[in-house]
Design a binder for this molecule. Structure first.
Ligand SMILES: CC(C)(COP(=O)(O)OP(=O)(O)OC[C@H]1O[C@@H](n2cnc3c(N)ncnc32)[C@H](O)[C@@H]1OP(=O)(O)O)[C@@H](O)C(=O)NCCC(=O)NCCS
Length: 169
């Protein structure tokens, strides 16, 4: 398969913070942001693979700064690394104070999607071609993150072996 540049999977989505999206502290509710991160990243994975994708895992989301109702919030995502059927997607969340124009990184996240065929089996995806300095750095550090995920997946599978599925009531 021909390598695809990261720019081909890039998604940029800017929105306002509405009153029903904030928590008790009048800042953006984390669950709302996580949902938007997953949505944006899934579009990047689909653009890269041009196949159906499922979220295999979400690395911890780093909430670096609060987002306030006076801010706009911009989510930018692209595929940073691929395996045979899996794609790592990086999401950068930038908040902008709309009055002053000050911008800050509000959150970052890495998610892994798997492309699946019509029978629901993992299917091959094209390699990724990083071009910019940011893309190259994120691609280069991807092998180490993938190794952490492999370990975490095995530990989660082992834990699932002893977790109860009976009703707690
Ligand atoms: C993700 C899923 C398709 C993997 O299927 P599987 O039969 O276990 O497939 P494999 O073990 O062959 O793994 C396939 C690929 O997924 C990757 N993968 C699987 N689980 C993963 C995890 N938790 N984190 C990161 N990557 C994962 C593997 O590393 C492998 O990558 P590669 O092909 O690039 O080497 C399957 O576990 C699944 O359907 N999970 C539920 C997904 C879901 O419902 N998501 C939420 C709603 S969209």
């Amino acid at each position: 398969m021909q390598p695809k540049p990261c720019r081909e999977s890039r998604v940029v989505k800017t929105s306002r913070v509405f009153p029903n999206d904030v928590n008790d502290h009048n800042t953006l509710f984390g669950g709302k942001l996580m949902s938007d991160i997953d949505m944006t990243a899934s579009i990047s994975a689909t653009r890269h693979s041009r196949a159906s994708v499922v979220t295999a895992s979400t690395d911890s989301v780093a909430f670096l700064a609060p987002v306030r109702p006076s801010d706009s919030v911009c989510l930018e995502s692209f595929v940073t690394r691929t395996g045979r059927s899996s794609m790592e997607v990086f999401v950068k969340v930038t908040a902008e104070d709309l009055r002053s124009g000050d911008r800050r990184i509000a959150a970052t996240a890495f998610l892994t999607f798997v492309a699946i065929d019509d029978a629901g089996r993992p299917t091959e995806v094209p390699p990724v071609l990083p071009e910019s300095e940011e893309e190259r750095r994120l691609n280069k550090s991807g092998d180490e993150r993938a190794e952490h995920r492999r370990i975490h997946r095995r530990q989660s599978q082992e834990m699932a072996e002893y977790l109860s599925t009976s009703r707690p009531w």
